[in-house]
Design a protein around this ligand. Structure first.
Ligand code: SF4
Length: 106
């Protein structure tokens, strides 16, 4: 067994590396939480036609059953900025959202 000697460089690298690694992990977790909490289809920014079709199909930003969320739907187009697009609505949809037209990806 060899005895490890800690150089000043090793101590500095470890001293900076650990908090920096924690900061990077915390930042990544924050981005995931922000994407999940994001409102993709804000009714205040939609015209009456968009609101009407979403209401009729009971669109919600958070699926009651996560196994039936938009990200698993065949009509969902993958997100670019955290929000995807629904081919039924021809507009934004939350990956965690849901509506009555849910159809699992084939
Ligand atoms: S059809 Fe419904 S469940 Fe499927 S992507 Fe569009 S909004 Fe989401």
């Amino acid at each position: 067994m060899t005895k490890e000697t800690l150089s000043r460089r090793t101590v500095l690298c470890r001293g900076v590396g650990l908090p920096l690694g924690g900061l990077i992990v915390a930042s990544g977790l924050s981005n995931i939480a922000n994407a999940a909490d994001k409102v993709c289809a804000d009714p205040a920014k939609m015209d009456s036609g968009q609101k009407s079709i979403r209401d009729s199909l009971h669109y919600v930003e958070k699926a009651p059953d996560p196994t039936m969320s938009c990200k698993g739907c065949g009509f969902f187009v993958e997100p670019k900025d955290g929000c995807g697009t629904c081919q039924i609505f021809q507009g934004p949809a939350n990956p965690e959202g849901h509506c009555d037209s849910f159809g699992p990806r084939g």
